[in-house]
Design a protein around this ligand. Sequence first.
Ligand SMILES: *[C@@H]1O[C@H](CO)[C@@H](O)[C@H](O)[C@H]1NC(C)=O
Length: 327
Amino acid sequence: MFAAKVFPGVVAPVAFFAALVQGYADPGSCSGSCNVHDPSLIQRSSDSVYFRFSTGNKISYASASSIKGPWTTIGSVLPDGSSIDLDGNDDLWAPDAHTVDNLYYVYYSVSTFGSQSSAIGLATSETMEAGSGSWTDQGTTGISSSSSKAYNAIDGNLIDVDGTYYMNFGSFWHDLYQAPMNSAATKVSSSSYNIAYNSSGSHAEEGTYMYKYGNYYYLFFSSGICCGYDTSRPATGEEYKIMVCRSTSPTGGFVDADGTACTSGGGTVVLASHGTVYGPGGQGVFTDPSLGPVLYYHYVDTTVGYADGQKLFGWNQIDFSTRWPVV
Ligand SMILES: *[C@@H]1O[C@H](CO)[C@@H](O)[C@H](O)[C@H]1NC(C)=O
């Protein structure tokens, strides 16, 4: 950590070598408003406009005519904060956007950094337009945690399995969980269960995103340290990276490419630091009408700066030809 801070030049050759070995593509282009943390992407059905939600500014959002931009900031989803009665209800995180029954849903997290006093809430809109009245706060989904729970109820991600909904969530503690949801995807309907756990280190798995491709449900997640790189850089390799497990079932049995169960520390790296890209994570997967499956994420451009507010929107087309995602 201190070597990286005192001798920043040491980091570059190591990362460059890793890029050659791994062969990651550089992030796709982004123009306009490209500073984001924890992006979530959907397209509006009426006009195919792209909407991108992100952490900060009580869920900031922007629109564009393509994933490349130019992105134009619209405003906040919940400018008055959330009705959930927890600390952090004026600083909402980790949006997860979906279309459910012709309504636009954005799940959000209420918490404070490093705390298990957390809940996953929901805001809905008919149009996603700017202005008061566009979004309605539906309050908590009922997925919440306190220090008595094994998980931290943040970083929600909904998966629609032919009209049956599940919420994936979790961050550190016992890592990633899943909860069945009601038929409107508004409230939890029964108790949650573990779907991934890394007993090593600080159990640093979070930010799950599930995507179906072919016969498999792919469980993407961010592993490592997300934030604060400008003041405290983690040891090389312990910064955010994007990993994946898969299963033919959406509710369990996730394994990595070596066959290791993801409840036993498994996980295959999809995208890690390379070249001038550092700490990619907070990802999602989007089916673009012209590009096909796209992995999108935030990352640090080491030539720009390591602060959380300097993180940039990145994306890459996913090659699923081996049945494991490659970018
Ligand atoms: C598990 O934790 C260790 C130690 O932090 C880390 O090196 C490894 O990449 C993690 N694996 C997964 C699948 O999260």
